[in-house]
Design a protein around this ligand. Sequence first.
Ligand code: GSH
Length: 184
Amino acid sequence: MKVRFVADRLKIPYRWIDVSVLAVETRNPEFLAMNPAGQVPVVMLADGRPLAQSNAIMLHLAEGSALIPADAYERALMHQWLFWEQYSHETAIAVRRFQKTYLKMPESEIDPSLKLKGERALALMDRHLINRSHFVADHLTLADIALVAYTRWADEAGFDLKDWPGVHKWVTRVETELELEAST
Ligand SMILES: N[C@@H](CCC(=O)N[C@@H](CS)C(=O)NCC(=O)O)C(=O)O
């Protein structure tokens, strides 16, 4: 969805192809030729070159746009959040959501450390958002888009965003900016 949000925001035309992880379509030879890691998302650029990893794709699509701050320090801060999202956020909230919602695993079978890790991530975001409208600078950047993608579905991962009101408010703001249907 991060890739789609950026493409829609920047009015970049695309053809969307659903690939089912559950049906193991990510292991087809044609898919592996595009991304040997066997993961979505992957894009095929207009010239036929593939690119994987959601944040790498966003960075490529958004080059030269207002979604990437012009100021070098602000740009570095945006990267700081993108790296953090991959290591400390997605690995807890997205993984729990996948296990609960798609694999339908009972709570007792889910690694309990994922809950704690997700709560820590949401608490850190909540603290950061005190007196801030966005993660970096005072406008929408890729940091917001990367973080909102799974945060807006945190309830499906077993987190109630009402416990982190700053995050909840920010999700609503970013959803409005991206013209998304409200998730909460
Ligand atoms: N860090 C990667 C994570 C990609 C990822 O984990 N994709 C999952 C679905 S959300 C997937 O394709 N899993 C299939 C698999 O690993 O076999 C990114 O942000 O693009």
